[in-house]
Design a binder for this molecule. Sequence first.
Ligand SMILES: Cc1cc2nc3c(=O)[nH]c(=O)nc-3n(C[C@H](O)[C@H](O)[C@H](O)COP(=O)(O)OP(=O)(O)OC[C@H]3O[C@@H](n4cnc5c(N)ncnc54)[C@H](O)[C@@H]3O)c2cc1C
Length: 463
Amino acid sequence: MKDTYKKNLIKTIKKILGEENILYSEDAIYAYSTDSTNIINPDEKADIIAFPTTKEQVSEIMKYAYKNSIAVVARAAGTSVCGACLPKKGGIILDFSRMNKIIEINKDNLICKVEPGVVIEDLKKAVEKLDLFYPPDPSNLKVSMIGGSIGLSSGGPHTFKYGSTKDYIIDLEIVTSDGRIMHTGSSCSKDVTGYNMTQLFVGSEGTLGIVTQATIRLIPKPEAKRIMLAYFDNLENTSTTVNDIISNLITPSVIDLMDKNTLKTIESFYPSGLLTDKEAALLIEIDGFKENLDKQYEQIIEICKKNNSAYIQTAKTKEEEDKIWISRRSSFGATAKLAPNVVTEDVVVPRENIVKLVKGIWEICNKYELKTCIMGHIGDGNIHPNIALDLRNEKEYNNFIKAKAELFELALSLNGRLSGEHGIGCEKSYFIEKALDKENLNYMKQIKELFDPKNILNPGKIF
Ligand SMILES: Cc1cc2nc3c(=O)[nH]c(=O)nc-3n(C[C@H](O)[C@H](O)[C@H](O)COP(=O)(O)OP(=O)(O)OC[C@H]3O[C@@H](n4cnc5c(N)ncnc54)[C@H](O)[C@@H]3O)c2cc1C
């Protein structure tokens, strides 16, 4: 029975895409049963990997999958850290890496149209050549793709000033679970013609429909930027510094926090002159017109000093700026060198509770003897504990599971949420009932059923 199913599946997808656009060897299937979440379950794997290049092909595949109740997982670069790409019920993985065209950049309308496999950094570079700006930039922007960042509504360091992916997507071309093709919005920068269907799909983790094209809002590129690192001996001072900067009517384009362990770990593996004896550092970037920046920069330095900053590292050249950014973007990679595995969490709280959150995480990780490097977007209240461990070690694994549950409880007790930008996937779904209003959750489940009555779109995620 299983053999006939698989033979027919391969035959059909081969007919739609051609032999050169499918994979079904054991090796390929194994590679695609993982994402960046560090979970490998040999019993949970797909039956075929398909590389569509047109929306019509996606539609044909979905029609076949719907008719035969076959699960379909959309996949971009597979860097999800919440298990959002893991195949839980076999079936088809739709890999969008070959649908990677920037279709149009329209400077007059301040929009662009792209296929889901466009790498985020490629899009940013292409629009910047025209003095335009696409702000969302997950730290792994050199590999992660537009389709995946729509699936998770990715954020990154610039969210405090500019918002996340959801703030830039104005229209999606969607292939529905039964293979129909629809548009959710328009190319207009303002549009309240009916419900905001576009926003429903952004962050839906491929559980409601498959994105085959996105229309993205752009903004003018800021003329210049300045960056600094301010070190503190006391965590409370990082938070009061952020509040004072905002009270002085300055909106930094980035305001990120790195704790002592993060500074030490980055410096051990990617030496770049970071101070390793301070409790925490704030990476602060401002952008805008050149003539305004010097004054704001000086004001921020004064505010940091007033809040007892132990040392302020300014960047005077492009090389010095790049050095700070490279070290910041290395935090995950550096932590990964501490142990065979690294798990990154993503809780978010109202900003006023950030110090309680960070101290609580330190306590939980100490209690369970977990090596943790904390960094995050302090302006948004969004913190990423990067936990280095060996998941094969039973004690460490059990400790991690307990710590993770306590971390979620802590965030909820501080009026927070389970995820600020990484999503829920299958890794946090067990906690979703605690995190959401009951009626809200009921409506979410009904929406899922409406768009995907056979539960074939990325089953086992979110709920
Ligand atoms: C080192 C590292 C650093 C990171 N830094 C950040 C960060 O700073 N900020 C941040 O927000 N996140 C970050 N992430 C998390 C994550 O990688 C990003 O959110 C990224 O944008 C996901 O892109 P991807 O192309 O890998 O998507 P994938 O992991 O392939 O997919 C993500 C989700 O989107 C769905 N999807 C993919 N394509 C489609 C499609 N065509 N239609 C419908 N659904 C689709 C998938 O089914 C899945 O649910 C980081 C991850 C790593 C490993």
